[in-house]
Write a protein that binds this ligand. Structure first.
Ligand code: CAA
Length: 299
């Protein structure tokens, strides 16, 4: 049993807390407000309820997993083995969190980040324990997706890597080791494809429906790239592309102006109720397409 602090109770943090609790770990779920924590707990409760309905776990197992997750509004002097930071994809926020985690967790604790693209070496430099800092990148929806990218910073110790690899396996995931380059492997490959789909919409090559159908039926992707962009969050996608663009100084990573405009409009995707699609509620089902800003003929 590992004692884990999960920082951030959004879709990623809640998912990580759920798989950890299901694996028998003791979880402290932290966020800035009780409301955010309650939101995360509600998502976990619904997911576990669905698992019981589908016969994948008993009601007793569900109750036991829920009881292993404790809300934690501050993380001063918490006794944990591992902290997994799953806050907003923003360098300043994460640097601040890592400095705080370094002050308030036991010296032996591993500090992991679920960042999608930010340098682990940079986050480690905000602490006095760079050998214990590592990237542990889960995928959305966490309970379903089998991958964890494990990212070594330049100073990450082998023992830290081994412990996190074993933790990912205990969470039912397949860990894959990658180096600390912008976007690692997953987002270096995925995000330029998503960005290209947005360019195709912007330039009027095809409608939202056409672009997504091509990739779903032609490439067997479970979601089209525009639906997946909405699912990830357009603000998160833009942040990742900025990291790639700044990190490589290569114009091939230039974020599409239409993506930037959607983010400026507050059309952040599924979580906001609007992105390349419109949703019945934030986080709800698709009800319509939104081709605003696409070249005439592609709307
Ligand atoms: N939480 C928990 N479980 C969920 C879920 C969620 N949010 N959404 C779906 N599921 C479960 C369902 O309960 C269902 O389980 P069973 O098979 O046991 O019944 C299963 O997933 C399939 O769900 P559905 O039948 O409702 O829908 P689907 O077949 O269309 O699958 C999906 C949904 C798994 C999300 C699928 O569309 C998919 O794989 N999409 C692509 C997801 C993807 O690419 N994720 C990576 C994003 S990139 C990222 O996360 C990293 C980053 O840094 C940006």
């Amino acid at each position: 049993m590992t004692k884990i602090l999960v920082v951030g109770a959004g879709q990623m943090g809640a998912g990580i807390a759920q798989v950890a609790a299901q694996a028998g770990d003791a979880v402290l779920l932290n966020d800035r407000t009780q409301e955010y924590i309650d939101g995360g707990l509600l998502t976990i409760d619904k997911n576990l309820e669905r698992a019981v309905e589908k016969g994948r776990m008993t009601n007793e197992e569900r109750q036991a997993a829920l009881a292993r997750i404790q809300p934690q509004l501050t993380f001063e002097n918490v006794d944990v083995d591992v902290a997994i930071e799953a806050a907003t994809e923003n360098l300043e926020i994460k640097l601040d969190l890592f400095a705080k985690l370094d002050r308030h967790t036991p010296q032996r604790a591993i500090l992991a980040s679920n960042t999608s693209s930010i340098s682990i070496t940079k986050l480690a430099a905000a602490t006095k324990r760079p050998a214990l800092v590592i990237g542990m990148h889960y995928f959305n929806p966490v309970p379903v997706m089998r991958l964890v990218e494990v990212i070594r910073g330049i100073a990450t110790a082998q023992a830290t890597f081994d412990a996190v690899r074993d933790l990912a396996i205990a969470h039912g995931k397949t860990p894959v080791e990658v180096r600390n380059f912008p976007g690692f492997v997953s987002n270096r490959v995925l995000c330029p494809m998503l960005n290209e789909a947005i360019f195709a919409l912007y330039e009027g090559v095809g409608s939202v429906e056409a672009i997504d159908t091509v990739m779903r039926l032609g490439m067997n992707h479970p979601m089209g790239p525009l639906e997946l962009s909405d699912f990830i969050g357009l603000d998160t996608l833009l942040s990742i592309l900025e990291v790639l663009y700044d990190g490589f100084k290569d114009p091939k990573y230039r974020p599409c102006p239409l993506l930037r405009e959607y983010v400026d409009a507050g059309w952040l995707g599924r979580k906001a109720g609007r992105g390349f699609y419109e949703y019945a509620t934030p986080g709800g089902a698709i009800v319509a397409r939104n081709g605003a800003g696409a070249a005439v003929g592609a709307r």
